[in-house]
Design a protein around this ligand. Structure first.
Ligand code: HEM
Length: 145
């Protein structure tokens, strides 16, 4: 169904919570990614030696990734569809990113948001992020095609 103003607000407020503790949330996220997909350490240069909380590149990447999904929520609300920048297509082609990896990143993102918001978490909030993620993932895959 259509993406509602309330859903956009849920994503926006939890995006602020995510950024408010960016360093710790980035650690949570990339630990979850590595648990499910050990090969990710060869994809992300900053994971070569595992999760290093002091590597600013890791937090910077998490901020970009989560911010891009948040942008998808804004696009869904304002125009009802999501378009990815062409560069996002080429970056992910170059890294040979696969469909199963998109599922791993989604699961890790949703769990990280759950931790980031604590007792503010609910199913609607989760579903809003999932809808935004799915739409951005589809847009990136389209840009990769
Ligand atoms: C790079 C977002 C899925 C692996 C990036 C960048 C963004 C991004 C914003 C930075 C591009 C730039 O430098 O301008 C996303 C979003 C995803 C997604 C929103 C899902 C909706 C994935 C998946 C993988 C992946 C599933 C594989 C596990 C990478 C890698 C880079 C990258 C390896 C390059 C990192 C580097 O060397 O700097 N992604 N990504 N991404 N992404 Fe994704």
């Amino acid at each position: 169904g259509a993406f509602t103003e309330q859903q956009e607000e849920l994503v926006n407020s939890s995006w602020e919570a995510f950024k408010g503790n960016l360093s710790q949330n980035s650690v949570t996220f990339f630990k979850l990614v590595l648990e499910k997909e050990p090969g990710a350490k060869d994809l992300f240069s900053f994971l070569a030696n595992g999760v290093d909380p002091n590597n600013p590149k890791m937090a910077a990447h998490a901020e970009k990734l989560f911010g891009t999904v948040r942008d998808a929520a804004v696009q869904l609300k304002t125009k009802g569809e999501v378009v990815a920048e062409a560069k996002l297509g080429s970056v992910h082609i170059e890294k040979k990113v696969t469909d199963p990896q998109f599922a791993v990143i989604k699961e890790a993102l949703l769990k990280t948001i759950k931790e980031a918001v604590g007792d503010k978490w609910n199913q609607e909030l989760n579903d809003a992020w999932e809808q935004a993620y799915n739409a951005m993932a589809a847009a990136i895959k389209k840009a990769m095609a």
